[in-house]
Every structure is written in structure tokens, then in C-alpha cells.
Design a protein around this ligand. Structure first.
Ligand code: ZN
Length: 148
């Protein structure tokens, strides 16, 4: 495993500053996800406003650099977006992570999340990168149930 390709600068920057870290109120729904393979854990909250827009994503995460950097990238990518647009990014990220290094990702859609393209070559790390996005998807699903 070549660490220089795995831990790219963008990933390490996000790991160090972790945008949006910390649990905040108010929130619409919360999701807790665990990646037992690596030991990563995340508790993620979404605040969805009356227009179906993601007003905030807050989280507490423990685990490896990949999972924590992914949560930070997620925060920057989806805050302020309509839920439908956030789910387009989620789908694109999921596809990227399952590409086993064959997809470079579309920066127009993914933003900083394209930095994880190299991670898709390491199956054990894919779950780390996807964990916050699983939490987001689950939390948005729960928030729909609440608002209806
Ligand atoms: Zn991990």
C-alpha cells in the first residue's frame, strides 16, 4: 500500500481541520454508524429546513484519518444544498468508491471528494470513506419520516 497515494494532501487537510465537527442543535434526525472492520464510528446529525434544504450537518467521529476526513468533506459538500442534490453527490461518491481505482471521479459533482479516488483501490478502506455518507443517507431518510 502506497501511503502517499492513499493519504493525499486534501484528505490530510480535512483530517486536520475537520469542517463542521461537533454535534449541534437544532437537528432534524441523527444516525449512528460503525465500521467494525476498522473501528470507525460516527454520530451524524442533519438539520433540514422547511424547503428541504440541508441547513447543517454536524457530527462526532472517531477512527481513522480516512473516515474522519470523509466526514469533513461531506460537511463541506452538502451543507446548504437541497436534499436531492446531496443525494446525487452521495451516489457519485458511492460509484467512485466502488470503482477500484478505475474512475477518477467528476470534480464538478464531487468537489474535494474526488481526492478519495485513490482510496477506492483499497477495499478495506472503502468502508471507512463511505461511513459518513451512509450516516448522511440514513439521517436524511429518518428526517423524511419525521417531517411527513
Ligand atoms: Zn477506517
Amino acid at each position: 500500500m502506497r501511503l502517499d497515494s492513499l493519504y493525499q494532501d486534501v484528505i490530510m487537510d480535512h483530517y486536520r481541520r475537520r469542517s463542521g465537527h461537533g454535534l449541534r442543535e437544532p437537528f432534524t434526525a441523527e444516525s449512528c454508524q460503525v465500521n467494525p472492520t476498522c473501528g470507525d464510528e460516527i454520530r451524524l446529525r442533519v438539520a433540514v429546513d422547511g424547503q428541504g434544504r440541508i441547513a447543517d450537518v454536524s457530527y462526532e467521529a472517531a477512527g481513522c484519518a480516512i473516515s474522519q476526513a470523509s466526514a469533513s468533506v461531506l460537511h463541506d459538500a452538502v451543507c446548504g444544498l437541497p436534499q436531492s442534490e446531496a443525494m446525487i453527490i452521495e451516489s457519485a461518491f458511492h460509484a467512485l468508491m466502488q470503482s477500484r481505482g478505475t474512475d477518477a471521479g467528476d470534480p464538478e459533482v464531487l468537489g474535494d471528494a474526488v481526492a478519495f479516488a485513490g482510496v477506492s483501490r483499497y477495499p478495506a478502506r472503502v468502508k471507512c470513506a463511505l461511513l459518513p455518507w451512509m450516516a448522511l443517507k440514513d439521517a436524511l431518510h429518518r428526517s423524511e419520516g419525521i417531517s411527513r
